[in-house]
Each structure stands twice: as C-alpha cells, then as structure tokens.
Ligand binder design. Structure first.
Ligand code: F6P
Length: 322
C-alpha cells in the first residue's frame, strides 16, 4: 500500500499528536504518502485532506490536543455518507486509513472497512473504555492531571474540614475514577461498575471524621448514577460537615502527554502503518501485558470489559477511617 490517510475522531486525548507524528514519519520512511484528514469523519466527508510532510509534524509530540482537529460525526451514522467517504478516499487515491479515537470512531471505521477500505484503529480516548487494550492513549495523562487536582483539593478541603466530591470523566467506564482515587488516596471511589449505597458512603465519611481525619475525599465517575451536587447536599445533611462538589470537566482532556502516552501513541501508530504497508485487513491496535497487539477491528469491540475489582478493593480498604 502506498497512499494512506490518518484522522483523529471523538473526544480528543493527550498523545494524539504523538500518534499523528509517528504515522506520518513511519509512512514517509517506508516510501508511502500520508494524508492528514482534518476534523475526523466530518473532514473526510468534506474532502478536507492534505498530504503531510516530515516537517508537518515537527514540534507536536509534546502537545496535547490534535493538530488534525477532531469532531463527532452524526452524518457518519448513515450508510450513504459512509459510501461518500469511501468515494472521497478513492478520489484522493488513498488506499487505507488510520483512525485515532474511541469506540464510536472504531464503529465508523468498521462501516468504512465494509466498503473495502482497510482501517487501522488506534485507541485514542482518556476514558480507557476499549476493553481489547490494557490502556488507551490519553488515559495515563488524564489520571495524572486528576492527581494534580486532588493534591490541590486536599489542601483546601482539610483547611475547611470539608467533604469534597470530585467528579471525573468516564461515562460507562470508571477507570479514571478508580486509578485517580487509588493514587489520590480517596476515602470513597464511586464507579458505574459497582453498586454503592449512599448511606454506606455517609457512614464512611462519619467514620473518617470520628477517627480524626481533617477532611474526606470522594472521587466519582460521571457515569455513577447519583448527581454530584445532590450527593454533596445529602452528605452535608447526614454528616453535619460542609460538602463541596468539584467538576474539572475538560481540564482532564488537555495538557502535554505523559511519557507513557507518547510511547503508546508512537508504537501503536507505527504498527498501524506497518500493517497498512503489508496490506493487512482492518485491525484494532493496542497493548496487552506490555506488548503491542493487533486484532480484528470488529472483534475488538466485542471484547468484554473486566472491572479491576482488586484495585477497587485495596483502594477501598486503604481509604477507610479506622
Ligand atoms: O470520551 C471521552 C470523553 O471525554 C468522556 O469522558 C466525556 O464524557 C465525553 O468525552 C465528553 O464529550 P464531548 O467532548 O463531546 O462533550
């Protein structure tokens, strides 16, 4: 394969630029032409496509976001637009595509591959909600961003002897809450994967108080069933201690990528180029036990997520007030 395209799609993630840089330079090194597609599938449909040079991806490795911009595409839900996208790639002579994004982006890639375009999925989302890979690009950086916020919140929360609830991103997958809660020493971690009784949460906060804890910290995934502001009100009423809700929102999606994300992005994008060069059919590329893996793109979305209950249990144990 001689001509390939790359696009970034869905929620942006730190490390996407590292993936773009690796794809462009590994492709050029193999004598391929690599086309950058702006704004995800929307840009593909609009023909917003241009040939990338070695220097086009200079000085981006360390930057969050994506120089190719991203978008969510309603149009791509319709077959006629998927057909149009395949024709657009053909018009440019582009024979294969690298899609850097999450599960929605992979689903678009599957539809495109059914039109005869080989698509390589590179897992780019802070949520870590693609079960076929141990980690997604952006997750490590986002957890470290949240840990920095927790450090700041701890200061003010203990000065005011408050209960603080920090709501982090992650609609169906609670990994951002789980890992930042464990690393941040949360008293309570609330994730969509575990049923938690609000009364038990109140008891844990009261236990913390009576064991002399200056404050309580709860890390909650946005996908956990209870509204964060509502939970703060309940806690305040039940414990008699001031409670505050903090929602960092899109701050979690930005910032320079960590070493881990730069490496993961580089290696998965390089693999995507190699597979396209070798005329492979569509694959999802990821990491498993430290090794870069590639599996059928469609199958990758059927892999069942396994909640890391061991991490959850140890975090719960260590967060208890004695
Ligand atoms: O999928 C990544 C993500 O950041 C989710 O964690 C979050 O719920 C969602 O994107 C927000 O989507 P948008 O950027 O379209 O508001």
């Amino acid at each position: 394969m001689k001509k390939i395209g790359i696009l970034t799609s869905g929620g942006d993630a730190p490390g996407m630029n590292a993936a773009i840089r690796a794809a462009v330079r590994c492709g050029i090194d193999r004598g391929m032409e690599v086309y950058g597609i702006q704004r995800g599938y929307e840009g593909l449909l609009d023909g917003d496509i241009k040939l990338m040079e070695w220097h086009s991806v200079g000085d981006i490795l360390q930057r969050g976001g994506t120089i190719l911009r991203t978008a969510r595409s309603e149009r791509f839900m319709e077959d006629k637009w998927v057909e149009h996208a395949a024709k657009m790639l053909n018009t440019f002579g582009i024979e294969g595509l690298i899609v850097v994004g999450g599960d929605g982006s992979f689903r678009g890639g599957i539809e495109l591959s059914k039109k005869g375009v080989p698509v390589m999925g590179v897992p780019g989302t802070i949520d870590n909600d693609l079960a076929y890979t141990d980690y997604t690009i952006g997750f490590d950086t986002a957890v470290n961003t949240i840990l920095g916020l927790i450090t700041n919140i701890r200061d003010t929360s203990s000065s005011h002897q408050r209960t603080t609830i920090i709501e982090v991103m992650g609609r169906r997958c609670g990994d951002l809450a789980l890992y930042s809660g464990l690393g941040g020493g949360a008293d309570v971690i609330l994730v969509p994967e575990v049923e938690s009784d609000i009364n038990e949460v109140c008891v844990r906060v009261l236990q913390g108080q009576s064991s002399g804890k200056a404050h309580s910290l709860i890390v909650k995934a946005e996908g956990f069933k209870v509204d964060t502001a509502e939970l703060a009100k309940i806690l305040e009423e039940m414990t008699g201690r001031e409670a505050r809700a903090v929602v960092p929102g899109y701050i979690q999606r930005g910032g320079g990528p960590s070493q881990a994300d730069r490496t993961l992005a580089t290696l998965t994008a390089a693999k995507a180029v190699e597979l396209l060069y070798d005329d492979s059919d569509s694959k999802a590329i990821g990491v498993s036990n430290g090794k870069i893996i590639a599996m059928d793109l469609e199958e990758s979305l059927n892999v069942k997520a396994e909640f890391k209950r061991d991490l959850y249990d140890i975090a719960n144990l260590l967060g208890k007030g004695k």
